[in-house]
Design a protein. Structure first.
Length: 160
């Protein structure tokens, strides 16, 4: 027995399906098929999560915008003062360079005219600096000892 299929006759179901999708393109038909497979509750959960993230991002963006505006206004307020201080430091550096240049010139003249007196003055100056350093070191050591004694009350009780 040979079955022949007539294209003009089909099941009512297949006729309806074909007619239903004739107005759509192939990608649209594919998407409609996928939509039937996807769980709608999961899609709604994802949409809610995306909306929450969007709200967080918008809030964060607003906070960053406010922070940028505040930073810009503070920079604008402090900018001229910063420039003045920078100029002051540059002027001070020039002055110090000039002073040190003059000191070197004076030292050269003194070493040429009075080499023995200059050498003696330098030795005494170094000796004074060493004494000052020793005194400062003793003060630091005493402070350190006091701090250790205050932080360790048991050692203070043992000494009494």
């Amino acid at each position: 027995m040979v079955f022949e299929m007539d294209d003009s006759k089909g099941t009512p179901e297949s006729d309806y399906s074909i007619e239903c999708f004739q107005n759509y393109t192939a990608p649209e038909v594919f998407i409609q098929g996928l939509a039937g497979i996807v769980n709608q509750q999961d899609v709604e959960t994802m949409i809610r999560a995306q909306k929450q993230m969007l709200q967080r991002f918008e809030k964060t963006n607003e906070m960053l915008t406010n922070c940028n505006a505040l930073s810009a206004s503070r920079l604008k307020a402090v900018g001229p003062e910063f420039k003045k201080h920078t100029q002051l430091l540059q002027d001070m550096k020039k002055d110090l360079d000039y002073i040190f240049k003059k000191i070197r010139a004076i030292k050269l003249k003194l070493s040429a005219q009075y080499p023995e007196a200059l050498a003696e003055a330098q030795r005494s100056s170094l000796a004074e600096e060493c004494e000052e350093d020793d005194q400062q070191q003793q003060q630091v050591n005493e402070c350190d000892k006091n701090i250790v004694d205050e932080s360790n009350p048991s050692s203070a009780n043992n000494q009494d």
